[in-house]
Design a protein around this ligand. Structure first.
Ligand code: 0A1
Ligand code: ZN
Length: 878
């Protein structure tokens, strides 16, 4: 039985390695079944290393074939291998070359970490600890070295040989073999290493950087898919131009290649000069990809490209600092998407996703700080807290410092830390130094888990024309962090007068900086003088901080803001809050009055009819709080069936009042022009499909008829999928037949199969578990492909709350049995699927007991991977 202390790694224990790597020279022979990696590592003791200090390299499932130092083979007594290490007892006390050779079996590597084969393509995934599955190494992010890689393979099987950096030599050798030598002059940690060999198609283009250098760009894929890579290539070029414009960042190598592979544990990977992508984030054509798919391709291409500076040129000192590169890079990709498309729409979408994932994580047993201080399994920290909350923290920094101050800090970051493996503290310091401010308290955002709750109180005194706002903050305890400190909370705000216009004031007291209130203590009062009437406050405009707000606004105030606020985010938020309040009241047993529904319906109708609002914004307004949001807001005693019934009743009430406006919105947003991914066109589709979805879910027979017609007539996937999804979520009488038709129409396309699997998983019917069991039991089901597995089981756990949490426990057991099975092959996929249980304690007692029983059965069966055991133990304990 492993113990807590054996497993846990602490930030406070950080120390540099006693040896550094000066140079890496790899010679890789790729061949079916067994490949070989010979590594020549030039190593030196760091200053201060005692002579005779052992050198301990990481290794995982490696077969050592030979070992030598400076050309002399090592005696058996001079070294030792274990399952996870290679130790050289007494390395030379000067620079030396360690020469090892290992044999690998990439075809058998179904964990998809290290060197593996996807389809026919050999590829790698090294972040965070995959390089140790390729060769013995100091596999940690603060060991930086220049790499040179010679790859050799049979030219007929692998005509394409790619690695990081620039290609410096290539040629044929006898016996049908060929080789390529790639050299990466930028010192990098091993997690950024990549190589690819295979028979691939490709498209090529060039980008001329701001200093006039020409960069050769390539996107590689399965033969026949080349045309589907054009949008990815276009996104790459736009990303390169944006990073120059917005952050002054120029690309640094002569080539930038992207490879699409079908088996990949994540979205994509930022290996220096050779990004490897899950093919679902590269391929796009109108018949099989939705507008959302296109935007995901654009966003992830940008994200990985932006890592070249925030991740590769400046990397992390240790894995605790993961959000140094991830939070910052997500912030950068969010800004890119906002600049390329609609800023308010992007913000609303991001906030919705943050609340649906990160707020849930933060409220449950897996809560952790953006920069945690200990972990058992680093793979379990590629979380929404590290990524999305990490981005929110960077966004708050930008809000507090202003655009120019933020840019000054970023410039200093690139100047001061280029080539470093660094920390959150160093990141904060550049903003302090560039702006002459103290950000020590702000840094707490990185160290503290949990979502702060901000309570708002206000009062108006007509006699003195004074308006007072009092804000107080509280963060509930999270696992391992019982005590919380006050945070620096930037509150973008405005005051709105009775006629709906912005109100000004003659003087303000408290920490008011233009349109920003700053809350730093537990509570603060801001007083505005010279305010002629009682205003309605619009707080947290643009969602200026990742907090929950308990406000003093009445439903009438909210409806007023929904009409008059100049901030689109808060207009959207206000109607969501009105709807959420109604849902919560009804779930708690309070009946609605017809006038409550009338008022919400009227506000929605006005929004939809407004000539000045963006159709995509209108579509988001029509998307009312989902079942999970209601459950999360309730927090305890959750009965998902009751929530679902209540929500459907509200939608029915609204739809019966809105049928005319929804039909008008539907008909007036039909796009007749040829399909394009252009923002205006996709906005129209989103409004049309949002109206359709509300009609169907609200039980309108017009809705289901339109859905069926749209499905049949669709010429693009956005419309076809929207019609199908509405029918499935509303479980209309057509749904089953449409699902069958969809399956046959796209049998040959695995990425469309994922859509079908995802829809099967969200069927709101008691038959869903049996149906999924049958799908998984089909011998032709690709049981090792992460996309397929996640589309079915991941979607079920996160997207079908009433069936996942069935009172009989069958939904819970379906997921735990799946986890037990997949864990033996791909622990990362298994561990992630298990995180669906992060909400288990919020259920009412029966369901809670059923969830606990499923989890304890999984634990008692034993034999779990470290990944899955870590999630399981934390989930049960928290
Ligand atoms: N750095 C990547 C994320 C990533 C992490 C682990 C992976 O392998 C299991 C793959 C990718 C990113 O932020 O996109
Ligand atoms: Zn990233």
């Amino acid at each position: 039985m492993r113990t807590e202390t054996e497993q846990t790694i602490y930030l406070k224990d950080y120390a540099p390695t006693p040896y550094r790597v000066d140079k890496v020279d790899l010679d890789v022979t790729i061949a079916p079944e067994t490949s070989r990696v010979r590594a020549l590592l030039t190593l030196s003791p760091r200053p201060g290393t005692e002579p005779g200090t052992p050198l301990v390299l990481d290794g995982d499932e490696l077969k050592l074939k030979s070992i030598a130092i400076d050309g002399s083979p090592l005696a058996l007594t001079a070294y030792e291998t274990t399952a996870t290490t290679l130790t050289i007892f007494e390395p030379p006390n000067r620079q030396f070359v360690l020469d090892t050779e290992v044999a690998l079996e990439p075809e058998r590597n179904v964990r998809l970490m290290g060197f593996y084969r996807s389809g026919g393509t050999w590829c790698t995934q090294c972040e965070p600890e995959g390089f140790r599955r390729i060769t013995y190494y100091l596999d940690r992010p603060d060991v930086l070295a220049p790499f040179r890689v010679t790859m050799t393979a049979d030219k007929s099987i692998a005509p394409v040989l790619l690695a990081n950096g620039n290609l410096i030599e290539a040629g044929d050798i006898e016996g049908g073999q060929h080789y390529a030598i790639w050299d990466d002059p930028f010192p990098k940690p091993s997690y950024l290493f990549a190589m690819v060999g295979g028979d691939l198609g490709s498209i090529h283009d060039t980008f001329t950087t701001m200093s006039g250098r020409k960069v050769a760009l390539g996107v590689y894929c399965t033969h026949g898919k080349e045309e589907e890579c054009r949008f990815a290539m276009d996104s790459l070029k736009r990303s390169m131009a944006w990073d120059e414009r917005r952050f002054g960042r120029e690309y640094d190598l002569d080539v930038f290649n992207i490879v699409a592979v079908s088996d990949f544990n994540f979205g994509a990977m930022e290996n220096k000069g050779l990004n490897i992508f899950n093919d679902k984030l590269v391929f796009a054509k109108p018949e099989t990809a939705t507008d959302d798919d296109y935007y995901s391709v654009e966003r992830v291409i940008a994200h990985e490209y932006f890592h070249n500076w925030t991740g590769d040129r400046i990397t992390c000192r240790d894995w605790f600092q993961l959000c140094l590169k991830e939070g910052l890079t997500v912030y950068r990709d969010q800004e890119f998407s906002s600049d390329e498309r609609s800023r308010p729409v992007k913000r609303i979408e991001d906030v919705r996703a943050l609340r649906a994932t990160q707020f849930v994580e933060d409220a449950g047993p897996l809560a952790h700080a953006p920069r945690p201080d200990h972990y058992r399994e680093i793979n379990n920290f590629y979380t929404t807290t590290v990524y999305e909350k990490g981005a929110e923290v960077v966004r708050m920094l930008a809000t507090l410092l202003g655009e120019a101050g933020f840019r000054k800090g970023m410039d200093l970051y690139f100047e001061r830390h280029d080539g470093d493996a660094t920390t959150i503290e160093a990141f904060i310091k550049v903003f302090e130094d560039a702006n002459g401010v103290d950000l020590q308290q702000f840094q707490t955002w990185y160290l503290q888990a949990g979502t702060p709750e901000i309570t708002v109180r206000d009062s108006y005194d007509a006699a003195s024309q004074s308006y007072k706002l009092t804000l107080s903050q509280n963060t509930a305890p999270t696992p391992g962090q019982p005590e919380k400190h006050p945070l620096v909370v930037p509150v973008k705000f405005g005051l709105i007068g009775p006629n709906g216009s912005p109100m000004s004031w003659s003087s303000a007291s408290g920490d008011v900086r233009g349109d920003l209130l700053v809350l730093s203590g537990e509570s603060a009062t801001y007083e505005f003088k010279g305010v002629p009437n009682k205003p309605v406050p619009s707080l947290f405009r643009e969602f200026s901080a990742p907090v929950k707000v308990i406000s003093s606004l009445t439903p009438a105030d909210r409806l007023f803001l929904a009409r008059h606020d100049s901030d689109p985010f808060n207009r959207w938020q206000s109607l969501q809050d009105v709807a959420l309040t109604l849902l919560l009241e009804a779930v708690r047993g309070k009946a609605w009055s017809a006038s409550d529904i009338d008022a919400l319906a009227e506000a929605l109708a006005d929004t939809v009819a407004s000539p000045s609002l963006d159709p995509a914004f209108k579509a988001l307004t029509l998307t009312l709080p989902n079942e999970s949001l209601v459950a999360r807001t309730l927090g305890t005693d959750v009965d998902p069936d009751r929530i679902r019934a209540t929500r459907l009743a509200l939608l029915a009430g609204l739809t019966s009042r809105l049928e005319g406006s929804l039909e008008a919105a539907y008909r007036s947003n039909i796009v007749t022009a040829p399909y394009s991914t252009d923002t205006a066109q996709s906005a129209q589709r989103s409004l049309k499909n949002g109206a359709l979805s509300l009609l169907v879910l609200g039980g309108s027979s017009l809705g289901s008829r339109l859905a069926r017609e749209q499905y049949d007539a669709a010429t693009n996937m956005t419309d076809r999928y929207a019609a199908l999804a509405a029918s499935v979520v509303g479980w209309t009488s057509d749904a089953e037949a449409l699902l069958g038709n969809f399956r046959t129409m796209f049998t040959a396309d695995p990425l469309v199969l994922d859509k079908w699997l995802g829809l099967n998983a969200i069927i709101p019917d008691a038959g869903v578990v049996k149906r999924m069991e049958a799908i998984l039991a089909d011998p032709s089901f690709p049981r090792n492909n992460p996309n397929r597995l996640r589309s079915l089981v991941g979607t079920f756990g996160m997207g079908n709350p009433s069936q996942f949490a069935r009172p009989d426990g069958a939904g819970f057991r379906f997921v735990t049995s799946f986890v037990a099975d997949v864990d033996t092959r791909n622990p990362q996929v298994a561990a992630r699927a298990l995180t669906a249980f992060r909400v288990w304690r919020s259920f009412e007692p029966n369901r809670r007991a059923a969830a606990e029983a499923a989890l304890t059965t999984l634990r008692d069966a034993g034999g779990l991977s470290r990944n899955t055991a870590d999630i399981l133990e934390r989930t049960l304990a928290g």
